[in-house]
Design a protein around this ligand. Sequence first.
Ligand code: ATP
Length: 315
Amino acid sequence: MKNVYCIGELLIDFVAEKQGSDLSKATDFTKKAGGAPANVAAAVAKLMGSSYFVGCVGKDPFGTFLLNTLEKGNVDISLAQRSATITTLAFVSLADDGERDFVFSRGADKELSYDPDLKNHFKNQIVHFGAATALLGGNLEETYSNYFRDALLSDAFVCFDPNFRTDLWKGTENTFVQKCLPFIKQSHLAKFSLEEAQLISGKQDVTEACVYLHNLGVKTITVTLGKEGTYLSTTTNQKIIPSIPVNPVDTTGAGDAFIGCLLQQISQVKNMELTELPFNTLEEMVFLANKVGAITTTNYGAIVALPDQNQLKLM
Ligand code: ATP
């Protein structure tokens, strides 16, 4: 079994308890562990894979809470860093008009420093890059690019998820797209939501969007479509893989659970060159990942809601 290294942010989401009031009025907040790459690491570990989180939190109680949460979920945190800067915090509320109100206080996540020794860990393993905050500048952006180069040079299997957040890129969407392109060009697998595939390709139709993205260089693409399942696309085959029916209560982290499950399965196969696998093997993998995404929506919290292998067997 290969290790899955997840690189990017781990932060606190303070979610307003009473929906319907904007942040100026909200009084009570629930503290939750957040950060897409960290959620992916948690999903891999929950499914009995081996995952490492590579990112930075503060040397404060929030950082301790976050690392404890990952460690309790069997994610290896030995490569995580801590800095004197306060842990990154995000405050979220749904305002009366249904709009999200969002305040982002960027802190320690941007301070991840580069460790050249990590390339020895990456050799023939899996490295997942989640880009939500990594492309926002800071030390992290440079470190992230260095690790991406190292992963490719180490013959790792490289996965990229743009993790577009409207709140973080309002008015600068084009900069986001330009920053994503080099990663999409060189990754072995890229995961998009439909919105991300459309934004980056400029094409509304999912098939046309994937043609554009394949032309950039990536050979295997998944576009997650919520309850409709996932559009799986290789350079030779395309198909919508259905999901299972569920009653969702919180869709946060479904995409992270999905890609975590896919990477956990890839970590078990000898041949990580996905285009050399029969397409129906990929379909089966994506179907299982859809199930994990679906089950994650039936409970609150991205990490708490993750199913284990036993729950999966029951569905
Ligand atoms: P995120 O919000 O984490 O960025 P995303 O938009 O990439 O996620 P979704 O499309 O919401 O991800 O969900 C990922 C996968 O989980 C989907 O491809 C689908 O298979 C499954 N899924 C999500 N929501 C539902 C649902 N309501 N019913 C059934 N399956 C679902």
